[in-house]
Each structure stands twice: as structure tokens, then as C-alpha cells.
Design a protein around this ligand. Sequence first.
Ligand code: PHE
Length: 347
Amino acid sequence: MSLEQFQSELEALRTEAADAFSAAADAAALETARVEFLGAKSGRLKAVQKQLGKVPKEDKPAAGKSFNEAKGQIEAAFAAAEERLSSSGTDQDDAAPFDLTLPGPRLPLGHVHPLTQTIEELKDLMGRLGFTVATGPEIEDEWHNFEALNIPASHPARDPLENFYLSTAGVVAGKEGAPLLLRSQTSTVQIRVMESMPPPVRIISLGRVYRPDTADATHYPMFQQIEGLLVDRHATMADLKSVLRLFASSFLGGDVHIRFRPSFFPFTEPSVEVDMSWHDDQGNLRWIEMGGAGMVDPNVLGAVGYDPEEVTGFAFGLGVERVCARRHNVTDIREFYRNDVRFLHQF
Ligand code: PHE
């Protein structure tokens, strides 16, 4: 092998190695290239070095010098590639220029809870039917929660095990020892409104009520009710049904039906349970109980100083969670109180 041949082989290897090192996109690729060219046992530079023996004796010094130069250059190219890879990512000059016109990241926005959305919608809907919103306290006395609602002391609904009585009774009330409780129904607001104004009355009241129930798919120890009360000269059961039908079809959709089942509440006579219909996944008609309703009992009208001979009224109390769950196809009302944002974000 002539000196020229040896040198041109060296030169070819040098450019090939330099190209391979600078093309390596990551550390693994660079290592592969290193082994190929600089590998101690079977690297290609080693192979060229072995050719040195075939160069004529008088050319050996020159060939050796060329070899050492090429080796130095190949090692330098490797070191440069190594340096480039280890500094990439921190090298500001290589980073994409910051584009001020790009839209910024979207900040997560707050979200109205589905029950709150339902409450707002129900206020709107009943507002269009002429019902104004009334409120009452969640801590109640026995007069508003029971007595005035025709629920006498002997009634099982007043059992301490059926209610959340407060041990601070009397202190909060300011009245001598009168027991207080977390209201078990929004019907308390019926009494408060009628005590405060003469008929006609047309109100709704939305709010929390408390019962020591075990939580399951349709019960929760604290839940929300929408109470409705209309008192006027000629209010009838037919009016009650019309209002509830409108309520149901407006909130749940046009094809919803309602049905009354005879029931009993001390403060209404006659009393009914209100069911609303829906179609399940198989298309079957199903019914779900939404709450109670009825014609205001004359005793209640009398308790607030109205004349039961002059006016009649109807009242209803529906579970907001149930209405909301039906609307959104939620099968377990406990979801509303777990406050898992993955659940809440769907509404
Ligand atoms: N207060 C009753 C309940 O909580 C519901 C109801 C309201 C029934 C108004 C009749 C009239 O179960």
C-alpha cells in the first residue's frame, strides 16, 4: 500500500467519522458512532492503523505522522459532539425564540356546582310562573318546624331520633329553654311567610334540610328542597297539578309526565306523593318520587291567622338533588357532595 493510498483512506475515515459524530442526535447514537470509529478492538480507525504495516518502509514516518493527525482530529470531533449533546437544552441561543403573540395557557376557571345551577334554574322557572323567592333559617324552633304545621308533640315525626335537635337549645333561641333543631323540611318557610303577610301568597323557598338518614343513592342526611306555596281565594288541586306538570316539563323536558299517589302529611289535606316519569336506557317508562304535595290543611291556615273559609292553598316540597340527578342522568346523589372535580366538571 502506497503512502498516498494510506493517507486517502485516513482522510475518508476522518470525514466519515466527523459526519457521524455531528449527526448523532443523542448520547446513545454518539456512543454507537464512537464504537464504530474509535472502538479499541474493532473500531475502523484501528483497522486503518493495521494497514500501517503495509506501507513501504521509507514512507512509514510520514504515514505515522498522518495517522496521528487524523486520530487527533477524529477524537476532537467526538469530544465536540459530546460537548454539544451535554449542553443542549440549556443553551439559550438554540432555544426557540419566545413568541409574544401566542395565546397563553388557559387558567382553570371556577365552576358553578350542579346543585347551585339547578337551584338558579328552578328560581328562574318558578319566577316565570309568578313565584317569588322566600327564605328561612336552617336552625328552627318547634313551632315552625312542627306545631304550626299541624304536627303535635305526640307525633312520631318529632322523635329526637328522627331529627337533629341542638344541645344549645334555648341559648340560641333566647326563649326560655325552647328546643331548637336543624329544620327537617322547608315547609317551615310556609309558616314564616304566612305569618308575615296577608294572602294571596305565591312563594318558593329553596334550601338545606337535615334528617338523620343513612346516605344511599337517593338519601343524604343533608339535602336541598324546593318548597312551593300558593294561597288564594280559589286555589285547587288542579292548579297544583298544572304547576307541577309545568315545572317537570320545563326542567326535565317536554315528554315528562307527573303522577300523584295518595299520601299523608299533617299539614296538607288531601296529600300526595309526586312522581315524575322518565325513560331508562332500554326505553322503558320509569317513575321516580320527587317529593310531597297537597292542599294546605285548614289547621295550618288557622295557625297563621288566615281564614280557611276565605282562602285555600296548595303546597309542595321536592328534593332538589333528585330533580338534578334525573335531569343529568346521575344515579347516585352522594356524588353531588363528594366534590370530585372530575365529576363536577361535567355540568
Ligand atoms: N315537607 C314535606 C317533606 O319534607 C314535603 C311537602 C311539602 C309535602 C309541602 C306537602 C306539602 O317530606
